[in-house]
Design a protein around this ligand. Structure first.
Ligand code: APR
Length: 236
């Protein structure tokens, strides 16, 4: 079914969430027991307030995530998406993920709505550093400012240019494939709707039901992303 829809489409945009990286060994946010927000309150560790009020806890939370990304790597699903882009089968990826795995796997047109853990920058002067500063617990800039990951924290705006580009790509898509997102967080969850409202067919591949399954032309709830993409690749 997924391969059939892909074969009939001319402009395919993929949209990924944390469920795309659980098969790489990274936890998602809302899966029962294993999701990051099952054990941490995002407001306490992943917000601008947290960075200002309890910066040691903020540093430690993001150091664990930076180390986690370094311990893991893209899986076959990321690699297939990069291959499909090279073959002109898909045209781009809008991702909520900050692990950078789509780019590491070789995808080029990747729109990182929530930024990336691959870089950190100074909250005061904006100077950029490698994320190794977090590994080394070197949390302060030469100007004295706090170094924070280049991710979008709760309470911050999404990067304007990326947001606009993701909007244009969603409008241009005639097939929009959601991979591994609960579609709970706004405004990132608007893109599947924009695609659907501007004429795309919508596919949602997610282990659990999502808020938008009712809008989808195809929902796959009981199979993992890697397996579904591998099967589709064999049928393309
Ligand atoms: N295959 C398919 N689906 C999966 C897999 C898998 N291997 N692993 C997990 N999932 C599904 C889960 O069932 C879950 O519904 O992926 C979904 C991930 O949802 P969330 O954990 O809510 O992650 P996401 O939608 O990306 O969260 C959005 O919330 O906290 C913020 O900034 C953070 O970008 C994140 C945003």
């Amino acid at each position: 079914m997924l391969a059939d829809l892909m074969k009939k489409s001319n402009y395919i945009i993929v949209y990924s969430g944390a469920g795309m990286s659980t098969e790489s060994g990274l936890p998602d946010f809302r899966s029962a027991k294993t999701g990051l927000w099952e054990n941490e309150d995002p407001a306490q560790v992943a917000s601008t307030e947290a960075m200002n009020k309890d910066v040691e806890r903020f540093f430690e939370f993001y150091r664990k995530r930076v180390l986690g990304v370094k311990d893991c790597q893209p899986h076959i699903g990321h690699e297939l998406l990069a291959k499909w882009e090279r073959e002109g089968i898909i045209q781009g990826i809008i991702t909520q993920n900050v692990d950078g795995f789509h780019s590491v796997a070789g995808s080029e047109n990747v729109m990182e709505l929530h930024g990336t853990l691959q870089k950190v920058h100074c909250q005061t002067c904006g100077r950029e550093y490698e994320n190794t500063r977090y590994e080394e617990q070197a949390y302060y800039c030469e100007c004295g400012g706090k170094l924070r990951p280049s991710v979008v924290l709760f309470g911050e705006m999404l990067p304007e240019e990326t947001f606009m580009k993701a909007t244009r790509e969603s409008e241009q898509a005639d097939l929009f494939i959601v991979l591994g997102s609960s579609l709970i967080v706004t405004p990132a969850n608007q893109f599947p709707l924009i695609a659907k409202e501007t004429g795309a067919k919508l596919v949602i591949i997610n282990l659990e039901p999502t808020l938008f399954d009712g809008y989808a032309d195809l929902v796959i709830n009981d199979r993992k992303i890697g397996e579904v993409l591998e099967e589709a690749d064999q049928q393309l």
